[in-house]
Design a protein around this ligand. Structure first.
Ligand SMILES: Cc1ncc(COP(=O)(O)O)c(C=O)c1O
Length: 412
């Protein structure tokens, strides 16, 4: 039976998340399917940023560290992110990029397993994860072992200190079984770290139930914190006394303003800070997280699966030749759908010129990938229907073959 636009309208009426779209400012005429890269602008953020800049910084000046409680930003934000990933706020730190957070947690993890010489990473992971692992291996004289993405556990033996995986793959949108893999790796005595960049705010994550050891995640994708908003890192409570992170800056000191010569680590997660945290970016993030008020991650997940199901069904019905590389099985699917095509870059650019924004990712020697991310807080089923309608139009008219798409922009 053919899926109609009315079917999409009905699904939106049933989904119950239509009201959260008002919490974002999206330009008219744009269908935004790139929240897996940069989340949309939450409506409260411009006013918050203006207030922090004009009043707190402009008028309050240095006094705002105390008066505006800038030192408490990290803890307040951790309280909002913690339930999305199944942890205690007291075990979350924010402030660095994902890459720096990966460096800190990887070094700390391998130091917890002296005598073990291997860090395991999968080769199709987001490049920064592999690059940082290679840097850590080089720094500490360890081996970086690339595993089979389809079977990471096959590479785990008793010499492995750390298995570091990305929970939802940035290219394909496929999702690992966090609890199963963590338990099996623990069976060999290895620690496990999860990169949650493509999971947090989109799929339910329970790091505590999975018995994970470390996690990192960015906040500019499904959490809508804004370009370059700082990442979070999580350290399981049982490791916090023993784990030592390598960037021992003054903000991780037990008494930063004692200005003492020697480093004395702050207790708990406070010791994971290094330098002064980015107040403007964290303020934006704090307000952005209000878009999640009153919405459970279970509702978001149900809506996300419904959106991606519809997209996949419409592609199958109307563009059956297109290769969908995202798993069909719900348990293995994140919140994006990826299509492989020799002209994937041109397809994405032609769609963008029609107001449908997705993005393109290279895939080594294979044809590239057009990615479409579905953020239920501001994407509805009718958007999905209309996006596929545009895709059909692009391919039917050969718009993706236009010469201007032969050259790639710096950011794809
Ligand atoms: C899985 C994953 N890790 C890390 C990053 C980025 O790291 P950073 O925040 O340091 O730029 C991304 C960015 O898209 C990502 O998808």
């Amino acid at each position: 039976m053919t899926i109609t636009r009315d079917d999409a309208v009905r699904l939106d009426e049933a989904a119950g998340l239509a009201h959260t779209r008002q919490r974002f400012r999206l330009p008219d005429g744009v269908i935004y399917l790139d929240g897996n890269s940069l989340g949309a602008l939450p409506s409260g953020v411009p006013a918050r940023l203006a207030d922090v800049v004009e009043r707190e910084w402009g008028s309050g000046l240095i006094r705002s560290w105390n008066d505006a409680k800038w030192m408490e930003l990290i803890g307040r934000i951790a309280t909002r992110i913690a339930p999305l990933v199944g942890v205690r706020p007291a075990d979350l730190h924010l402030g660095d990029s994902t890459s720096v957070s990966l460096f800190k947690t990887m070094v700390a993890a391998v130091r917890l397993r002296p005598g073990r010489r291997v860090i395991v990473v999968e080769p199709s992971t987001f490049p920064t994860d592999g690059y940082v692992a290679a840097g850590v291996a080089d720094l500490l004289g360890l081996e970086l072992r690339w595993c089979d993405p389809a079977d990471p556990l096959a590479s785990i033996d008793d010499d492995v200190a750390l298995l570091s995986l990305t929970h939802v793959d940035f290219r394909t949108g496929s999702m690992y079984d966090m609890a199963g893999i963590t338990a099996a790796a623990h069976g060999h005595g290895a620690l496990v770290q999860w990169d949650l960049c493509h999971s947090v705010g989109a799929v339910p994550v329970d790091l505590t139930a999975a018995d994970a050891d470390f996690a990192v995640g960015c906040t500019y994708k499904y959490l809508n914190g804004g370009p370059g908003s700082p990442a979070f890192l999580w350290v399981a409570p049982q490791h916090q006394d023993a784990a030592r992170q390598p960037i021992t800056g003054w903000m991780g000191h037990a008494a930063p303003f004692a200005m003492s010569r020697d480093f004395a680590r702050a207790p708990g997660i406070g010791g994971w800070a290094s330098g002064t945290h980015p107040v403007l970016a964290l303020s934006s993030l704090e307000t952005a997280l209000e878009a999640f008020d009153g919405v459970s991650i279970a509702e978001i997940r149900a809506s996300s699966l419904s959106l991606t199901d519809l997209f996949i069904a419409l592609i199958g019905e109307r563009l059956g030749d297109l290769e969908v590389v995202t798993p069909i099985e719900h348990a293995r699917r994140g919140s994006q759908v990826s299509l492989r095509h020799p002209d994937a870059y041109g397809i994405v650019q032609a769609l963008i010129s029609r107001g449908v924004i997705g993005d393109y990712r290279d895939d080594g020697t294979k044809p590239g990938i057009a990615r479409f991310g579905f953020t239920p807080l501001y994407v509805g089923h009718t958007d999905v229907y209309d996006a596929v309608e545009h895709l059909v139009g692009v391919l039917a008219g050969g718009e993706h073959l236009a010469p201007q798409y032969a050259e790639r922009n710096a950011v794809t």
